[in-house]
Each structure stands twice: as C-alpha cells, then as structure tokens.
Design a protein around this ligand. Structure first.
Ligand code: ADP
Length: 299
C-alpha cells in the first residue's frame, strides 16, 4: 500500500445548472428565478475531488464526459483538486447535466439528464487502474453493469465501496459485488424497506454486506461491521450554510482514509469532519475542504 493510498472513483460527472426560485414550480407553470449558476457536480466527480483534496489520496476519476464546454468545466475542477483524469473519457453524448431549482426554505427540485454518464464503459486501462487500487468507490448515477465490472476488475485486497445513491433497489449480484455500503438515512430506508433507528437499519443491511456506514446529517454517522456492535460517530458542530455535497465529501474522504489503511471508525470520524466543513460553504466541489482543514477539525 502507498502511504497516500490509491482511490479509483468510478462514477458520474454532471454540470449543475442552479437557479434560485421563490418556490418550486408546479406542473405546467412558468416562474422567474434568479441568475443561473453553472457548477461542476455529479456524485462521482464530487467524491473524486473530496478523495484527492480533503482525503489526500492519489485519486483517479473513471468517468465519461461529453465533447462540450461543460466537460471543460468539470475537468478543470477535477484537475485543480489534484485528481488524475487520464482515464476520464469523452463519450458521444452531452455531458451529464442536473437542472436544479433552490427555494428559500432550502427545498430543491432536481432533474438529471445522464448524457455521457450512461455511456461509461470499462476498458483495459481502466480495469488495470482498478486492479491496482486500494479502494474503489462507485455510486448509482452510472450503469449498474459498470459497478459490477469495477468490482470484478479488483485485485486481491481491493475494497469495493458503493454509495448507493440515488436510492434504488439493488439486484442480488450487486450486493455480492460490494464490501462497504455507504448511505444516508433515506437511502437506508429505501434499501431495507423498513423503519427503525440507524443502528437497526445498519443491522439489517449487514445481512447483505460486510460493512455499512449510514450518514445522519448533523448527527454524524453510524458504522457497522459484521461481528461488531454498531458504533455511533458524533457529528461536528458547525454553522451550516449549504448542505449540498456533504454526503459526497463524506464518501470521498472515507474512501481516502480507508485507502491509507485507517480503521473504519477512524476513517468515518475524518469523513464526518470533512462533511461538516463542506456544509459551512456554498456549492459541492467548491465546498470541499483541504486535508489540513479536516485534520485540524478532527484533532
Ligand atoms: P447526504 O448529503 O448524502 O444526505 P448527510 O446529510 O447525512 O448526507 O451528510 C453527510 C455527512 O456530512 C454527515 O454524516 C455529517 O458528518 C456531515 N454533515 C452533514 N450535515 C451536517 C451539519 N449540518 N453539521 C455537521 N455535519 C454535517
């Protein structure tokens, strides 16, 4: 294992087109909003930025962009964070785009046009990088077959982590393909189709996978591993201004810390610190803290 740890994020990249609105539009209705903002986003790209910048890991982003201006915006953000983009490809489709409205009460509406993300494929160079990783981190904004392929390409001892977001039911072979599941409370309820405390939901999920982390917003998270009692990691108290990207920052830093060889509970504590710092700043990738800031808060 390298001292920095090697993370390969296999996932989506989207441009977020964000407009503030007085309230969400109803069906058939046109409303006027504020100035358009164009931000780099997508769960995969956000998590790669977090793994590199806040987690300090040697991070590769395996994803598909289009041949358009949006791709340039995303590449610039990834590269500024120190993410390796040599295996970030260009597909014959528009770069993934999320159309987002934000109301004053913080309620969002989001429509995602997957575009190039739906064309992501694994080639020889990508599978070779995955085989040599310490941790592979995927989400559900890309084809499930790519998640299966990434898991199959792992070398011995490579940890396969899945952030099962956006929430959807998982086929049995995908459950079998992952070592660590990372979800928020809402996604945990979706996957279990049950109600209960985070510890109870984690116990149910442990019947399918050997390790689970459930994030709890300002409440921190619960970590659970087979054969051990679930552990609650408290959240760090901060003044939240924008919770966008907290979950992605958490996932990227968790993967990076595990790649460095930290235990799950200690990695989750760093991830909680990073998620807390992310909510103190607006945006997703622009809100990702540095590794030094994370270490200072977690100290
Ligand atoms: P998601 O964004 O996927 O819904 P969460 O809201 O659970 O995920 O946030 C992910 C992590 O970010 C939490 O586990 C926590 O560590 C941190 N976090 C989120 N919101 C806050 C907050 N208001 N204060 C402190 N930490 C937060």
């Amino acid at each position: 294992m390298t001292t920095r740890g090697r993370v390969v994020v296999v996932g989506s990249a989207n441009v977020d087109l964000v407009v503030d609105v007085p309230r969400p539009p109803r069906g058939g209705e046109t409303i006027l909003g504020g100035d358009l903002r164009r931000n780099p986003g997508g769960k995969g790209a956000n998590q790669a930025v977090a793994a590199a910048l806040a987690g300090g890991a040697e991070t590769t982003f395996v994803g598909a962009l289009g041949a358009d201006d949006s791709a340039d915006l995303l590449l610039t953000s990834l590269e500024r964070a120190g993410v390796r983009t040599d295996l970030t490809g260009r597909a014959d489709a528009p770069t993934g785009t999320a159309l987002i409205t934000v109301s004053p009460d913080g309620e969002n509406t989001i429509v995602v046009a997957p575009g190039a993300n739906a064309r992501l494929e694994l080639d020889t160079a990508r599978t070779a990088r995955i085989a040599a990783a310490d941790v592979v981190l995927a989400q559900l904004e890309i084809p499930l077959d790519v998640v299966r392929g990434a898991s199959a390409a792992r070398g011995p001892g490579v940890l396969m982590a899945l952030n099962a977001a956006p929430a959807q039911a998982l086929p049995d072979d995908v459950w079998d393909a992952i070592d660590l599941l990372i979800v928020n409370e809402h996604e945990a309820v979706e996957l279990t189709q049950a109600a209960g405390s985070a510890a109870e939901l984690a116990a149910m999920l442990l019947e399918r996978v050997s390790a689970v982390v459930i994030t709890l917003g300002r409440g921190g998270c619960v970590v659970a591993e087979k054969g051990r009692d679930p552990l609650r990691i408290p959240g760090f108290s901060v003044d939240a201004v924008d919770t966008t990207g907290a979950g992605d920052t958490f996932c990227g830093v968790l993967a990076a810390a595990l790649a460095r060889g930290l235990e799950l509970a200690e990695a989750a504590r760093l991830a909680c610190a990073a998620g807390a710092l992310a909510v103190t700043r607006p945006g997703a990738q622009s809100a990702v803290p540095t590794a030094a800031e994370v270490a200072a808060l977690a100290a």
